[in-house]
Ligand binder design. Sequence first.
Ligand SMILES: *[C@@H]1O[C@H](CO)[C@@H](O)[C@H](O)[C@H]1NC(C)=O
Ligand SMILES: *[C@@H]1O[C@H](CO)[C@@H](O)[C@H](O)[C@H]1NC(C)=O
Ligand SMILES: *[C@@H]1O[C@H](CO)[C@@H](O)[C@H](O)[C@H]1NC(C)=O
Ligand SMILES: *[C@@H]1O[C@H](CO)[C@@H](O)[C@H](O)[C@H]1NC(C)=O
Ligand SMILES: *[C@@H]1O[C@H](CO)[C@@H](O)[C@H](O)[C@H]1NC(C)=O
Ligand SMILES: *[C@@H]1O[C@H](CO)[C@@H](O)[C@H](O)[C@H]1NC(C)=O
Ligand SMILES: *[C@@H]1O[C@H](CO)[C@@H](O)[C@H](O)[C@H]1NC(C)=O
Ligand SMILES: *[C@@H]1O[C@H](CO)[C@@H](O)[C@H](O)[C@H]1NC(C)=O
Ligand SMILES: *[C@@H]1O[C@H](CO)[C@@H](O)[C@H](O)[C@H]1NC(C)=O
Length: 456
Amino acid sequence: MRLLLLAVAWASYASIASAVWLDTNNETTILEATSQVAEGLLNYYQGNTYGGTIGMFTWPYYWWHAGGAFGSLLDYSYYTDDHKYDDLIKQALTYQVGEHYNYVPLNQSTTEGNDDQAFWGFAVMSAAEHNFTNPEDPKLAWLALAQAVFNTMSSRWDMDHCNGGLRWQIFQWNSGYDYKNSVSNGALFHMSARLARYTGNDSYVDWAEKVFDWMYGVNLLTEGEEWFVYDGTHAPDNCSNVTKWQWTYNQGLMLAGCAYLWNYTEDEKWHNRTLNFLHSARVFFYKKSEDAHIMYEAACQSPTSDSYSCNQDQRSFKAYFSRFLGLTSILVPETYDQIRRWLVDSANAAAYSCSGGSDGHTCGLSWTNGSWDGTYGLGEQMNALEVMQNLLVKDRAPPLTADTGGTSIGNPAAGYAAAKTDAEPLDLHAKDKAGASIITAIVGVAIIGTATWLVI
Ligand SMILES: *[C@@H]1O[C@H](CO)[C@@H](O)[C@H](O)[C@H]1NC(C)=O
Ligand SMILES: *[C@@H]1O[C@H](CO)[C@@H](O)[C@H](O)[C@H]1NC(C)=O
Ligand SMILES: *[C@@H]1O[C@H](CO)[C@@H](O)[C@H](O)[C@H]1NC(C)=O
Ligand SMILES: *[C@@H]1O[C@H](CO)[C@@H](O)[C@H](O)[C@H]1NC(C)=O
Ligand SMILES: *[C@@H]1O[C@H](CO)[C@@H](O)[C@H](O)[C@H]1NC(C)=O
Ligand SMILES: *[C@@H]1O[C@H](CO)[C@@H](O)[C@H](O)[C@H]1NC(C)=O
Ligand SMILES: *[C@@H]1O[C@H](CO)[C@@H](O)[C@H](O)[C@H]1NC(C)=O
Ligand SMILES: *[C@@H]1O[C@H](CO)[C@@H](O)[C@H](O)[C@H]1NC(C)=O
Ligand SMILES: *[C@@H]1O[C@H](CO)[C@@H](O)[C@H](O)[C@H]1NC(C)=O
């Protein structure tokens, strides 16, 4: 009996011999696994080859994906101490800042929303918190860039509808301009919380409070038995009609924002909110067995089959969720054990899924089946990378602040001058306009097609 079991185990090991191998208690294997996955991620980057654009990933990945992916690679460099991509990351983060040093480059104006800008903002915020080598030009200092993102986003706070809130889109000509959503507002909340802790400037706490209260007021956040974050609400209806889809990254944005605020203010309110969002985050973990809770994107992925309807954006959300869980576990130490268990189970499951493609270690979208599901892409690689590298959070120093050794030079007024001109309509060609609305329409249809997932 025992012999037979061994034979079976050997056979299945042999068949995945080139797959990513992970032992979550052995740092060496985590370093090897993340290194393989990061390499796979960079297969989608051709910024330095002829015809490529620095800081952009290959089609069909948009500008925002790149902000997300460089944030993942930056954390990779920090958590693993493998610095071979540092120059590439620095080059990308500085190349894409845009004409006004605020991550609103003119040639992204057919697609860029508040949320897109924010994902580049998180990357440079993380660079400041990890003391990633700053560019020499003070206008490009990581903290100043993060402040420019905050300043331009907060300047778009819109009192004309719903008594506040950010719209999804920055530019009127992009569809989705009428939508006030949780990722844009949650991102402003999250940036405010991190800037507050880093700089010690309480104006950012005031902003975080304001955004949280507004989101709660229009029912984008629920409170009580469960603390959920819903997708968004429509400005023309005075935000009375909430779209109740739940995404991992939105839960993570709010969760980690609360964790930063608790860590900085020590106000019990933020501690409670952290624990509440964390408790409700369990809906994104499939209980495969008593001791295996595996992360999945519940609104567009089935945990019991390989079927999914997640679009390219949604296919990367587990990456940010993992990142925000890791940060939370450090900033609110009593959450560490719970989060660690989730990350260990999910990282183990992800490693099994990273057994596809011609290289034998391409990662899939679904982690619940113990094998590769046949999918591949930038999002799939990012998800696996983040869930694995966040196993290392406790082996590294917590995010720095200006008082604990962070050296990035800030500028509290960065980006303000540009805030006005960015909002002015551009002379867009009809072709681009159509392009943008087609893209948004496709995304919209994909979302409507997928998300009938109901609360529990
Ligand atoms: C950790 O993993 C490495 C690489 O697989 C292996 O060589 C080493 O013996 C392992 N260490 C322990 C303590 O198991
Ligand atoms: C965006 O503009 C920059 C110059 O500001 C240019 O180098 C880059 O290639 C453009 N990116 C795209 C995707 O067109
Ligand atoms: C619109 O919504 C805001 C926020 O919920 C509320 O304060 C305001 O009274 C509402 N206005 C109208 C006209 O319903
Ligand atoms: C604090 O942050 C606010 C909001 O960005 C800014 O206006 C103010 O100048 C900052 N104060 C200091 C002392 O940096
Ligand atoms: C709320 O929005 C949904 C989807 O956009 C729409 O079908 C529904 O009719 C709206 N309800 C109200 C009361 O406006
Ligand atoms: C935080 O939660 C505890 C325990 O549920 C409760 O007693 C306390 O009043 C809460 N504090 C705040 C500020 O909500
Ligand atoms: C698990 O993966 C195998 C191999 O790809 C597939 O045949 C099977 O249908 C999957 N099962 C589930 C429950 O997803
Ligand atoms: C803030 O985070 C640090 C770093 O992990 C931790 O040592 C400290 O206890 C946290 N502060 C609070 C109030 O939880
Ligand atoms: C941060 O980086 C600067 C410049 O490279 C260095 O002098 C400083 O020691 C670093 N601080 C920490 C806390 O690592």
